[in-house]
Every structure is written in structure tokens, then in C-alpha cells.
Design a protein around this ligand. Structure first.
Ligand code: NDP
Length: 483
């Protein structure tokens, strides 16, 4: 059976402990590989390799860095079918989604930051008649990149690519629930000729490998994406060491639908925003607020579309909703559906596991939940306040723009929001007042890699994307020269 091991100092390396964690295929519930159960000893080896590589890598010409990152992108593209199959098998997402989104996006991340390596420049500020300041942006050293299971290679590459482009060496840890594509990435890096130690991938749990990265004195910055509680732990461990920290965390994003929207298009897009990747995207719109005058019409059209979504084996080309990532996560989602009912919610569709009678033998024991729509819940109840991170959304009517705004801002999160209206002034007002780092108007998940990405409140600290990431992964140093 496949053994997923570490990538340290340019070589695929077994964990020091010799221990492995079983890795399940969510669609079948079967173990299909074993993932290295690394600990602080592996992190120490990775750190040493990265530290030793830093002197050369930080002085490598940007053009050469650019070529190497491009070669990594080409390497992923060449093995795209392997990456797609691995991502779908590991995470439970439809093969079609991994083909359309995850793998092309990982390729784009490497290409985007390959270009950034060449274009990132120092600034200068002249003081006329006095002198000139120039600001160098130096790579930090060895940095840690910790990523979650929902978009495994997409989010790992979103961190690793800018870190390397800026001249840092990296110790990365993917989620042990979805380690496979990071393992393939290690092979691609070897084939691309990335110098030894520049990127190190330590596989294993957050409690052991992740914590060891955060606590390592020699790892000077941490870029983390994951849950808010994990982010809090990381922030408190990193603060006494004055580490630079970037946190991308949970969300409970509003989809706000006004009566003057294009209803058909809004319903279609709201379904996508709710259930893409089984609702396991931090940007999914899980709280849908609809102006009262069109509430009934919206509910009917929305629920009809959700019922028509095809839940199925991720390998089938017509599957729209695959398996959720783990048995444990499935139980968490089901417990929220029960909670919603206790809190007075009415299930309009879904609300249960996908019936085993309708499944093929291959996926009989997989972790599938029907896309679920709930109405009748108070905006302050737990179901509407806590992140479920699964195929579950709530519908709530509102009377006025102010009420919609209050509801949207009523959670501790502030990652993203989408607003559906044909009133331009209202769109601007809402975009101005919603407490979120990313606002889409009449759209959802349109991404331009140059824009700042991240959340406010309990959703994030710092931003990724474009120059934001290059700035995070560098330390500015100002030099003044007197005329
Ligand atoms: P977790 O917070 O559980 O894990 C994220 C990563 O951190 C994993 O690699 C995990 O390892 C690791 N980790 C866990 N504990 C520690 C620790 N003490 N020290 C260091 N690392 C640790 O998140 P999930 O993987 O469950 O991902 C889902 C969450 O991610 C959701 O809340 C979602 O909203 C959020 N997310 C946010 C995004 C954003 O851009 N804002 C984008 C995507 C997801 P292990 O797997 O072993 O637990």
C-alpha cells in the first residue's frame, strides 16, 4: 500500500519514528494509504536542511527562482491527471472539480509567484535636497506553511509559492487527512531540480508536526490556513517568540439577496456558493438572507435546484456533490443538522446521509451527506453562528437593507460575503458596511490572484495574494543616505 513520506533536504524520507497514520478514502471509507506520523525530530531535520539552503537560495537571482517555480508548475501540469485523481481520492471531492479548480489553480499559483519573483522590487523615497531612503525587502529565512484539507494542493501552493519566490526556505505541513498531492509535489520538485532543502514537506498531525513547526525557534514566520481555534493556538504559541504570523481561518459567510436581483441567475449562483466542494470551502455562503417580498419565490426555486444536485461517487463525471472529508467530519455536520432541528429549524431538503440504497457497492461505506437547506432559525442561534463547513445552509428573510446588514455582521467571522442586487448604490453601501475581507457583488468566488485575500474578525489576521504575500514573506529594511 502507498506510503506517503516526507520530503527533506531534497529527498523522500521516512519519518524518524517509523510510525504511519492510516489515510482513508472518504468515498469508500477504506484505508488506501499510510501517511508519515512525523514529530519534532523530523521538523528539526527539515529546519536544518532549510537553514543550510537559505544562504544560497536567498541570493539566487530572481530570474533563476522564476525558472524553477515555472518548472514546478510545468511538472504539476504534466502529471495533472495523477494529481487530479489523488486529490479527489484523498478529499472526496468530485474528480471533475479537482480537474476544473484545484489542480489548475495550483499550477497558476506557482506561475503567478514565479512572475512575482522577477517583478518584486525595492522602493525608494527621496527627501529633496537631504537624501534618499531605499527600502530593501529581504527574505525572512526559514518559514513554516501549514495548510488544511479542503483544498489541499491549492492552498499549500498558495503559501509555498510566494514564500519561495521571495527567497525563503520552507518547512511545510499539509493536513494529514489529505497528504497525497503534497507528496506528489515533492516528487515534482525533485524532478524540477529545486535545490535541496529549499522546500521541505513534513507530513503528519497538527498536534505533533504542526505544533513543532510553530514552536521551533528557528522558523521565523508562520503562514497558516485552517480553523479559528487552531489559529488561536498558533498565535499564542508564536507571539512570545515574536514570529510573524498570517492566519486565514474560518468563515460563516452571508449571501444577501435583494428583491431587485436577477432571480434566476442569483438562485443558480447561490446554489454553487452554498454547495461547491460539499460546502467545504471557507468562502462558501452558508447563511442566505433574502428580502421578504421574494422570499417564497427564492426558497422554492433554490430548494428545487438543490434537490436536483447529483450526489454521487466522486469518480462519476456527472457527480456534483462528493463525499465529505472524514467520518469524524460527517458526524460533526450531522450533529449540526440535529442541533438546527432542536433550535426550531425546518429542513426543506436533505438533512440526512445519502441513502445507501441509492449507492453503488464501491461507495456504500463512504461519508456522504445530502445538500441541506434549513429555514426558520433565529439569526443568533448556534446553527447560524457557528461554522459547519459542510453542505448545510440556512435561509432567513429580511425586511430592510439595515436589517440585512445587521444579520450579515452578527457573527464573529468576517471572511467573505456576496450581495445580489441591481441597485448600484446599494451594492456600494453594502460593500462598504459588511465586515468581511472579500465582497462579491452579483458573483461568487471570482478570484484575481493580484488582490488581497483574507478575512477580518475571527476569520483572519493579515492577507495573502499578490504583493501582500510577498510582503508577508519579507522583512523591510530602510536605508537612508544623506546627499
Ligand atoms: P485545522 O485548523 O484543524 O487544521 C489546519 C492545519 O493546521 C492542518 O494541517 C492541521 O493539522 C494543522 N494543525 C492543527 N493543530 C495544529 C497546531 N496545534 N499547531 C500547528 N498546526 C496545527 O483546519 P481543517 O484542516 O479542519 O480545515 C478546515 C478549516 O479551515 C475551516 O475552519 C475553514 O474555514 C478553514 N479554512 C480557511 C480558509 C481561509 O482562507 N480563510 C481556506 C480554507 C479553509 P491536522 O490535519 O493534523 O489537524
Amino acid at each position: 500500500m502507498l506510503k506517503i513520506i516526507n520530503y527533506i533536504n531534497g529527498a523522500l524520507t521516512a519519518p524518524v519514528s517509523g510510525q504511519y497514520i492510516p489515510n482513508f478514502e472518504p468515498a469508500t471509507g477504506d484505508i488506501y494509504s499510510y501517511c508519515a506520523d512525523s514529530d519534532e525530530r523530523d521538523v528539526e531535520l527539515a529546519h536544518r536542511a532549510a537553514r543550510d539552503a537559505f544562504a544560497n537560495w536567498s541570493c539566487t537571482a530572481p530570474e533563476k527562482r522564476m525558472h524553477l517555480l515555472m518548472r514546478i508548475a510545468d511538472g504539476i501540469e504534466k502529471r495533472a491527471e495523477e494529481f487530479i485523481a489523488a486529490e479527489s481520492k484523498d478529499n472526496g471531492k468530485p474528480l471533475k472539480l479537482a480537474r476544473a479548480v484545484d489542480i489548475p489553480r495550483a499550477v497558476s499559483n506557482f506561475r503567478f509567484y514565479a512572475a512575482a519573483a522577477q517583478h518584486f522590487a525595492s522602493e525608494s523615497h527621496e527627501m529633496p535636497g537631504i537624501g534618499i531612503n531605499y527600502t530593501l525587502r529581504k527574505p525572512i529565512g526559514v518559514v513554516g506553511c501549514i495548510s488544511p484539507w479542503n483544498l489541499p494542493i491549492y492552498l499549500l501552493s498558495w503559501k509555498v509559492a510566494p514564500a519561495l519566490a521571495a527567497g525563503n526556505c520552507v518547512v511545510a505541513k499539509p493536513s494529514e487527512i489529505t497528504p497525497h498531492t503534497a507528496y506528489l509535489l515533492a516528487q515534482v520538485c525533485i524532478d524540477a531540480g529545486l535545490p535541496d532543502g529549499v522546500l521541505n514537506i513534513v507530513q503528519g498531525t497538527g498536534a505533533k508536526a504542526g505544533q513543532a513547526i510553530v514552536e521551533h525557534e528557528g522558523i521565523k514566520a508562520i503562514s497558516f490556513t485552517g480553523g479559528t481555534e487552531t489559529g488561536r493556538r498558533i498565535a499564542s504559541a508564536a507571539a512570545p517568540m515574536f514570529k510573524k504570523v498570517s492566519l486565514e481561518m474560518g468563515g460563516k459567510n452571508p449571501t444577501i439577496v435583494f428583491a431587485d436581483c436577477d432571480l434566476e441567475e442569483t438562485v443558480k449562483q447561490a446554489v454553487t456558493a452554498s454547495f461547491s466542494n460539499q460546502g467545504e470551502i471557507c468562502l462558501c455562503g452558508s447563511r442566505i438572507f433574502v428580502e421578504k417580498s421574494i422570499y417564497d419565490k427564492f426558497r422554492e426555486a433554490f430548494t428545487e435546484r438543490v434537490k436536483a444536485l447529483k450526489v454521487g461517487d466522486p469518480n462519476d463525471e456527472d457527480t456534483q456533490i462528493g463525499a465529505v472529508v472524514s467520518a469524524q467530519h460527517k458526524e460533526k455536520i450531522l450533529s449540526y443538522i440535529r442541533l438546527a432541528q432542536e433550535e426550531g429549524g425546518r429542513i426543506l431538503c436533505g438533512g440526512a446521509e445519502w441513502s445507501t440504497d441509492q449507492r453503488s457497492d464501491r461507495v456504500k461505506n463512504g461519508y456522504f451527506i445530502l445538500p441541506t437547506v434549513i429555514e426558520g432559525l433565529h439569526v443568533n442561534c448556534r446553527t447560524q453562528q457557528e461554522e459547519i463547513f459542510g453542505p448545510v445552509v440556512t435561509l432567513t428573510p429580511f425586511d430592510t437593507e439595515e436589517e440585512a446588514l445587521t444579520m450579515a455582521n452578527s457573527v464573529r467571522y468576517g471572511l467573505s460575503a456576496s450581495v445580489w442586487t441591481n441597485n448600484l448604490k446599494r451594492a456600494h453601501r453594502m460593500a462598504d458596511k459588511i465586515e468581511a475581507g472579500i465582497i462579491w457583488v452579483n458573483s461568487w468566488l471570482v478570484r484575481d490572484l493580484r488582490t488581497p485575500f483574507g478575512g477580518m474578525k475571527a476569520s483572519g489576521m493579515g492577507r495573502e495574494g499578490g504583493w501582500e504575500a510577498m510582503r508577508f514573506f519579507t522583512e523591510p529594511k530602510n536605508v537612508f543616505i544623506k546627499y
